[in-house]
Design a protein around this ligand. Structure first.
Ligand SMILES: [Zn+2]
Length: 254
């Protein structure tokens, strides 16, 4: 990933998404800890225990920085519902749009935010139809095949051809740290081939394979290959610190 220092924050971007006219995207994690060990200024979660006004202030700052008219936040529940964020304007930093784990839009000026600790944010872009999606893919979402379902939903809603899509998997729990001791109960048998000898699973590869099976071209699937748990100064990690803090992954056409 490319990383740029801007206004006291780190702005991570995928080289493969840089050249698309009008597209704005980024991942926004903390730049180390401050003196008090406070990692909080880049938290977008209202359920984190941080004061609400502080979280909302950062959400508004982020919206201004990205140049979107609205930011769409969803109440992520590890389910498989997909928000179509096209009609109405009832979106904004104060209002989660409901219980969903993916959002998509063909509306310009609207940025889709996924809140991340260890789960994958999967950014999807259709440069031809100028539509985007952002997917919250934790292990439950992956078991439910959510990334592939969003590919199909974009085809239905926007006429997106899977072969035109660009997909990018953000910093998340890597194969180094995604240990599932109860994998026999929690994961389907077909995931066994992604397991190493210590019950760790390569969810980066699982997502890439699911997207490819859905028709996305492998050379258009980009991976950050950054593990959140292995990089605690740069990203929040639930597994690493049991934190309620979440960093933002954003995508949209400005
Ligand atoms: Zn790791």
């Amino acid at each position: 990933m490319l990383v740029r220092q801007a206004k006291g924050m780190l702005w991570w971007r995928f080289p493969g998404l840089e050249e698309i006219p009008g597209l704005v995207h980024g991942i926004f994690g903390p730049d180390g800890q401050n003196r008090n060990g406070d990692m909080g200024p880049f938290n977008v979660s209202l359920a984190s225990g941080q004061p609400r006004h502080r979280v909302l202030a950062w959400r508004r700052t982020l919206g201004g920085l990205l140049g979107f008219r609205d930011l769409v936040f969803i109440r992520q529940v590890h389910g498989d519902r997909i928000l179509e964020a096209d009609d109405g304007d009832d979106f904004g930093p104060e209002r989660p749009a409901g219980s969903y784990d993916a959002a998509m839009t063909g509306t310009r000026g609207r940025g889709l935010i996924i809140q991340v600790a260890d789960c994958q944010a999967v950014l999807m872009v259709d440069p031809r139809r100028r539509a985007v999606a952002n997917v919250h893919a934790g292990w439950r979402g992956t078991v439910a095949g959510l990334p592939a379902r969003v590919v199909a939903a974009m085809a239905r809603r926007y006429g997106s051809r899977p072969a035109d899509l660009l997909c990018a998997v953000g910093p998340s729990l890597g194969p180094c740290c995604a240990e599932f001791v109860n994998w026999r109960r929690e994961l389907p048998p077909e995931f066994a081939r992604y397991r190493d000898g210590r019950d760790r699973f390569d969810f980066w590869q699982i997502t890439a394979d699911q997207l490819a099976d859905a028709g996305v071209r492998p050379e258009r699937i980009f991976q950050s290959r950054i593990c959140t748990r292995c990089n605690p100064a740069r990203f929040y990690s639930y597994r690493g610190r049991r934190t309620g803090l979440r960093f933002a992954a954003a995508v949209g056409f400005a």
